[in-house]
Design a protein around this ligand. Structure first.
Ligand code: ACO
Length: 311
């Protein structure tokens, strides 16, 4: 029942041939990519806010310089991802409108507050760690511009993860109060970080089709398990305790077992009812409105230049 062009398209995907912007693609493939890439871009942009909150309060000049660089990298990631999405026939303005109207999502994780400096460590370690786990396979996804954008993004994310772990190490080797701050940050960020991978596979509406199209290379639960397995020894090395009484090594499976997550919290957060959703959207709306004069100026300049060229 598949049309011939669709069959040829699927054969390319199955043979690991990249799809490029001008190639024929099913509308569903285009739409799914626009949804995922734009939501990914919005996550990078909104993701600047919780960490930006600590730039003025970083404990040393060196930490401040590192954090500034990291937050700027996130802006850069957002920009390449918007460009990748634009190759699919949507404009940056349309994507921004979808974010501000609530039609397009951004990662649930950025709706939690950064209460102490240790949260900056925990975000680098856990949130960027989870992002890398999800994004390394996306370097091999079927859409060329998205796969290529992921290569540089993953290199930078590795630096971010390392800087976060370094903050955690410093706190854990510090005073008892500093170690307690690190533990408190882990306690608050652990479950939200695991939820970043998306709902359990049996509730993930897009996974089957996205995996057939190689827009996703692994399921949500697969990546979540890999992340737990990788992170538990890192917590042990820090001397911190993962806040999950059900966490234990399962010899037979060769993986850690871990407790059920509260998925009702996840669904509330993605509906807009997380602790910081309103604040995050207000910040984005204000940035968009405050930038209107600049966008208009750029357009006026472009029109003038074009008129001069035509004269
Ligand atoms: N936060 C917000 N929304 C989410 C999350 C999350 N952590 N996980 C899933 N959702 C949404 C999906 O977007 C989808 O809603 P939609 O139909 O309105 O788009 C719904 O929940 C159902 O989930 P799935 O069917 O599992 O969705 P999908 O196949 O898109 O998988 C995933 C979700 C894994 C996040 C995927 O989109 C992906 O890999 N995206 C690229 C990576 C990314 O966006 N990372 C951003 C955070 S990390 C960072 O880079 C800073």
């Amino acid at each position: 029942e598949m049309a011939p062009e669709e069959r040829a398209f699927q054969q390319k995907i199955d043979a690991d041939v990249k799809i490029e912007p001008k190639d024929w693609m099913p509308e569903g493939y285009r739409k799914t990519l626009i949804r995922q890439i734009s939501q990914h871009a919005h996550s990078e942009i909104v993701g600047q806010l919780p960490e930006g909150n600590w730039i003025t309060r970083a404990p040393t000049l060196e930490r401040k310089a590192i954090l500034l660089a990291k937050v700027q990298d996130e802006a850069g990631h957002g920009l390449y991802l918007y460009c990748a999405a634009e190759t699919l026939g949507i404009s940056r303005d349309q994507m921004t409108e979808q974010l501000l109207s609530g039609k397009a999502k951004y990662s649930s994780i950025f709706n939690y507050p950064t209460l102490t400096w240790a949260d900056i460590g925990a975000i680098g370690w856990l949130v960027d760690g989870a992002a890398i786990m999800n994004q390394v396979p996306l370097q091999r996804c079927s859409y060329g511009p998205y796969a290529r954008a992921m290569i540089r993004i993953c290199k930078e994310e590795s630096f971010h993860q390392r800087q976060g772990y370094d903050i955690m190490m410093k706190l854990c080797r510090g005073t008892p109060e500093q170690k307690e701050m690190a533990q408190d940050a882990l306690d608050r960020w652990w479950r939200p970080a695991l939820m970043m991978f998306g709902p359990p596979d049996d509730q993930s509406v897009h996974s089957a089709q996205s995996m057939a199209w190689k827009i996703k290379l692994n399921s949500n639960d697969e990546l979540r398990q890999k992340f737990v397995d990788q992170t538990v020894p890192q917590a042990e090395y820090l001397g911190l305790k993962i806040p999950d009484p059900d966490l234990k090594w399962n010899e037979a499976r060769g993986h850690y077992d871990f407790g059920e997550l509260d998925w009702s919290e996840f669904y509330e957060v993605i509906k807009g009812n997380g602790p910081c959703n309103r604040e995050r959207m207000e910040a984005r709306r204000k940035a968009w409105e405050d930038g209107a004069w600049f966008r208009e100026g750029l357009m006026a300049h472009a029109r003038k230049k074009e008129a001069r060229r035509m004269a």
